[in-house]
Design a protein around this ligand. Structure first.
Ligand code: GDP
Ligand code: MG
Length: 608
């Protein structure tokens, strides 16, 4: 396949707008998969959690042959995840494409989640083909949605292809448009090999399988290749295309994308964004990628402390297939040994947690998520910046007398698309969550409830907890939401600790904005009061910021029973006594002088 008959493209779509259905239809129309043997499950969605949630997490790639005007074309569909959390996966998939189908549901209209992916695609110079799906539905409003596509993306309405991915109507025109409108990849067969690694997976038997895009030159089985990143040398043992299963070929030519198996043993050797060249013919590396930045962190602990080794092993295995998760050991006096994991976003965190539970049968407890803060210390001469993702590490006071010059938090530019009547609710929600620079505009004017796109700058920490749920409920499910990284901003943040009988519980420390300290302190103290069982003595439950007590509740003592007759000063004996009697003793966590059952942590961290 010479370059000019190759087309590399991906599909950009909001969840449920029909990406998987269209992909299946394209594979069928080109005879890549057989309509009759196709199971009910869509072909490209592979992970269990993806099927359950109907989302694509891990990008999948498939090649198909297409005969058009007496020529055979090789179309490579490079699937991209459809969620903001996976923006990094999206941008590396797009790097191997020259064009993208922008798929919009004719009944739902443009949704915010396609925005950031669309912007990335345009920045990378990709040709965009707008496709209007689900025109078979009676509720479809083609004219109105085409107007939205024009005003949101600035695309020519005449280029929009109306289709039904379900019935197949109009899909042939999509194949033709891919061939006609998307430019073939550049790439010179006579130049030395330049292979760009954009994804990898791990196979128990064969080790690391890389997905590479040939920027120039050809790659053959048996070739010796060298990584620009590590200068390590590998021998290519198998190459081929994904059709959509692996099909071995003898050569990968410029412009092609395919899988490459070489004697790479550790998945850490497959560095995303790396360039490979033939041994003895070094080349300039392609501009690499920024590494995925973990933006949401949470501590993970086994419910049964003796399961720590098992948890660690399960996490290690899972991160072989999802390397964007960062892992660090941590320990907590309240919860014992655990791991601090970093995720790209909250959905990513949920997905990982679910995979851990589904695939490794792990019984785990997760702390409240936090974002990476920057603490800038005053030092002689220059300032020193420390990034902190664990509230426990956060300095206690940030007043002028201390060494801390400034604390900064990550902020994002948020876009919300919503029918006009919910604009007031949405603005209010943004203000409550410390949103700034609020702005909005109309996406279309026809119809009874025109849609509005609202943008604002908002701290990431505000959206990592329940923002999305509140957005959905306050818009009756109509709002869609997307965000893009907008750097760091100085902020008045404080560390809040919770004290039981005067002793801090490290796993419960929080970073909060000063304006919210009262509300947050009171809410958590109430929650603690509810979930902690009464003990033999009265326990003060306090929320503190620095030396100030923000909120307090007293947990009254339980009535004397088994330990009646044992008096103060014999605390240890009292506890011993109880421990001997209580079967559930093993699962008690002692904090200072207070025993906390694991269930209390569960209740505390899992509900609101
Ligand atoms: P994805 O989340 O973008 O991958 O969306 P899916 O391909 O899973 O489609 C979401 C839902 O829309 C499924 O129930 C599909 O059967 C349905 N669907 C997809 N395309 C069409 C279409 O053209 N017409 C109709 N009526 N339904 C469609
Ligand atoms: Mg899908």
């Amino acid at each position: 396949f010479p370059c000019e008959v190759i087309r590399n493209f991906s599909i950009i779509a909001h969840i449920d707008h029909g990406k998987s259905t269209l992909a299946d239809r394209l594979l069928e129309l080109t005879g890549t998969i057989d309509k009759r043997v196709k199971s009910t499950q869509q072909f490209l969605d592979k992970l269990k959690v993806e099927r359950e949630r109907g989302i694509t997490v891990k990008a999948q790639t498939a090649s198909m042959m297409y005969d058009f005007e007496a020529k055979e074309y090789l179309l490579n569909l490079i699937d991209t995840p459809g969620h903001v959390d996976f923006a990094w996966e999206v941008s590396r998939s797009l790097a191997a494409c020259q064009g993208a189908l922008l798929l919009v549901d004719a009944t739902q209209g443009v949704q915010a989640q396609s925005l950031s992916v669309f912007h990335t695609a345009v920045e990378r110079g990709l040709k965009i083909i707008p496709v209007l799906n689900k025109i078979d539905l009676p509720a479809a409003q083609p004219e109105r949605i085409i107007a939205q596509i024009e005003s949101t993306f600035g695309l020519n309405p005449e280029e929009v292809l109306p289709i039904s991915a379900k019935s197949g109507e109009g899909v042939q025109a999509v194949l033709e448009a891919i061939v006609r409108r998307i430019p073939p990849p550049g790439g010179d067969a006579d130049k030395p090999l330049k292979a760009f690694l954009f994804d990898s997976s791990y196979d128990r038997y064969r080790g690391v399988i890389s997905l590479m895009s040939m920027q120039s030159g050809a790659l053959r089985k048996g070739d010796k290749i060298v990584s620009c990143h590590s200068r390590k040398k590998y021998e290519v043992t198998d190459i081929g295309i994904l059709h959509p299963d692996e099909v071995s070929t003898s050569v990968l030519l410029p412009g092609q994308v395919g899988y490459v198996s070489c004697n790479m043993k550790e998945s850490s050797e497959a560095h995303i964004g790396d360039t490979f060249y033939l041994a003895g013919q070094p080349v300039e590396p392609m501009p690499g990628f920024q590494q995925a930045k973990a933006m949401v962190f949470a501590g993970v602990y086994p419910v049964d402390s003796s399961d720590f080794i098992k948890l660690e092993e399960s996490v290690r295995r899972l991160t072989l297939t999802d390397r964007s998760v960062t892992v660090q050991k941590e320990s907590s006096t309240a919860l014992g040994q655990g791991l601090r994991l970093g995720f790209l976003g909250t959905l990513h965190m949920d997905v990982f947690r679910q995979r851990l539970e589904d695939e490794y049968d792990a019984n785990i407890l997760m702390t409240a998520p936090t974002v990476p803060y920057k603490v800038i210390y005053r030092e002689k001469g220059t300032d020193r910046t420390v990034v902190m993702s664990n509230p426990t590490d956060f300095p206690d006071t940030t007043d002028a007398a201390s060494k801390v010059r400034e604390v900064q938090e990550p902020v994002v530019k948020a876009s919300v698309i919503v029918p006009e009547e919910y604009l007031g609710e949405m603005m209010d929600l943004c203000f409550v969550h410390r949103g700034e620079d609020l702005d909005y505009k109309y996406l279309d004017s026809s119809g009874s409830s025109p849609r509005i796109i609202m943008t604002c700058t908002i701290p990431l920490s505000e959206i990592v907890t329940d923002f999305f749920d509140r957005l959905k409920s306050r818009s009756s499910g109509f709002a869609s939401f997307d965000y893009e990284d907008a750097g760091y901003k100085a902020s008045n943040l404080v560390k809040m600790v919770f004290l039981l009988n005067g002793k801090p519980v490290d796993a419960l420390a929080l970073i909060v904005h000063r304006s919210a300290e009262q509300a947050v302190g009171r809410r958590w103290v109430k929650k603690l009061h509810k979930v902690i069982p009464r003990q033999l003595f009265e326990i003060p439950i306090q929320a503190a910021v620095g030396k100030r007590i923000i909120a307090r509740e007293n947990l009254s003592a339980m009535r004397a029973d088994v330990t009646a007759g044992l008096y103060g000063g014999h605390y240890e004996r009292k506890m011993k006594h109880l421990e001997n009697q209580k079967e559930s003793k093993r699962r008690m966590k002692r904090v200072g002088t207070v025993d906390l059952p694991q269930e209390a942590f569960f209740d505390l961290l899992s509900s609101d």
